[in-house]
Design a protein around this ligand. Sequence first.
Ligand SMILES: *[C@@H]1O[C@H](CO)[C@@H](O)[C@H](O)[C@H]1NC(C)=O
Ligand SMILES: *[C@@H]1O[C@H](CO)[C@@H](O)[C@H](O)[C@H]1NC(C)=O
Ligand SMILES: *[C@@H]1O[C@H](CO)[C@@H](O)[C@H](O)[C@H]1NC(C)=O
Ligand SMILES: *[C@@H]1O[C@H](CO)[C@@H](O)[C@H](O)[C@H]1NC(C)=O
Ligand SMILES: *[C@@H]1O[C@H](CO)[C@@H](O)[C@H](O)[C@H]1NC(C)=O
Ligand SMILES: *[C@@H]1O[C@H](CO)[C@@H](O)[C@H](O)[C@H]1NC(C)=O
Length: 335
Amino acid sequence: MTACDLRVTWIVLLALTASINAQQSTSTHASIPSYDDPSVALVTSGLELASALANPYKSWAILNSSFGTDDSDWTTNITRTSNFTISGQPGLATSYPVLALNFVKAKILLDGPVALVFQHLVLQGFRSLPLTQSPGLDLLINPPADAGALVVVAEALLVLRICVPHTINQDQLLVNITRPAALPGKQTASSNVSQAGCTNTSLLPAAQAALVPYVSRCWPDAGMYGDIAVACSDVDSFGRATATHYSLQLLRTEFVCTEVMTAECVGRLGPLGCFLFMFPRTPPSPMPSPSPPTPPALPNSPPVAAAAAAGAAAGALAAEAAGRGPAGEAAAGDV
Ligand SMILES: *[C@@H]1O[C@H](CO)[C@@H](O)[C@H](O)[C@H]1NC(C)=O
Ligand SMILES: *[C@@H]1O[C@H](CO)[C@@H](O)[C@H](O)[C@H]1NC(C)=O
Ligand SMILES: *[C@@H]1O[C@H](CO)[C@@H](O)[C@H](O)[C@H]1NC(C)=O
Ligand SMILES: *[C@@H]1O[C@H](CO)[C@@H](O)[C@H](O)[C@H]1NC(C)=O
Ligand SMILES: *[C@@H]1O[C@H](CO)[C@@H](O)[C@H](O)[C@H]1NC(C)=O
Ligand SMILES: *[C@@H]1O[C@H](CO)[C@@H](O)[C@H](O)[C@H]1NC(C)=O
């Protein structure tokens, strides 16, 4: 066998393994119906997406182009009582449309055991808080009690706003969380994966950079959530974890980090404290454009009050986490 044959065999084996894995693992989504199916809304804007979600006769929103959404698309809150899937077309991640959720907050209530699925797309502005310390989806209204509401992200590319430093394994934070009883399985993820061959978009003019698929760009960190299920949690104004009464499942989903906290900042303030310091909560930062905001650079020595407040918040979270159930666990893991 030549080296080339070996390489081909290896690729075929990889492909076979991938397809076997795909068949064996839980499939949460049916095959995609055609555009003219009455349950399908073909959406090209945030307004169309909101109107599809509000329509009980629709169970699919299919994107065939990228778009962003903002507050003006959601004039009324939406209550979903049946499953809904927001989907691109299956294929290579380079062809996924980008759905920029822009951290739009609290617009959809999943009423009952309802699943909201995102698949075959790039998801941006999903969660303003660090996903590992506060898993969830900003767009959801917290149900009053746990009735089995579920957000699934499957075969997608999740653009995380902020990740922990490379000294901590980003993926392990979620792997270490106990899965909700309703979603049995084994937590699997990897981080710090090689990005060999990526395109450094900061070296390109903005117009050219915008054309590079997200998955092909160089990121401060990247990885893969094979199968992760967690009970979600918010962080209240005192920095404490509070249960959101819905769960999040990440299946065969790559993640990339827009930014990574420095080890120095996390060492001083803890992951949550460092995040709150980098993205102060008051005044709330407006997120009008579909592209992510450029966060302020982290100064070397923070104002004492801010650092102390953030440190106290992180301490409160850690203390809270120590004595809590699922929500506490979601925020635990030495954070
Ligand atoms: C809704 O989605 C969940 C999770 O994928 C699934 O278990 C459930 O059977 C679905 N419900 C209906 C009515 O299809
Ligand atoms: C997007 O949908 C429109 C409307 O059905 C269709 O004409 C167009 O070909 C689609 N574009 C792609 C890239 O699939
Ligand atoms: C939507 O729900 C959120 C969270 O419950 C609430 O704060 C907001 O006032 C509601 N908006 C409207 C338009 O009812
Ligand atoms: C991540 O990768 C870099 C470069 O390969 C390495 O120096 C670092 O130790 C890795 N970090 C972890 C937590 O594995
Ligand atoms: C991308 O280019 C910038 C500017 O030259 C540089 O600072 C950065 O380290 C590069 N990133 C990678 C991943 O090569
Ligand atoms: C995850 O749990 C393992 C085993 O308990 C522990 O060694 C590791 O430090 C934890 N990782 C993180 C990032 O919390």
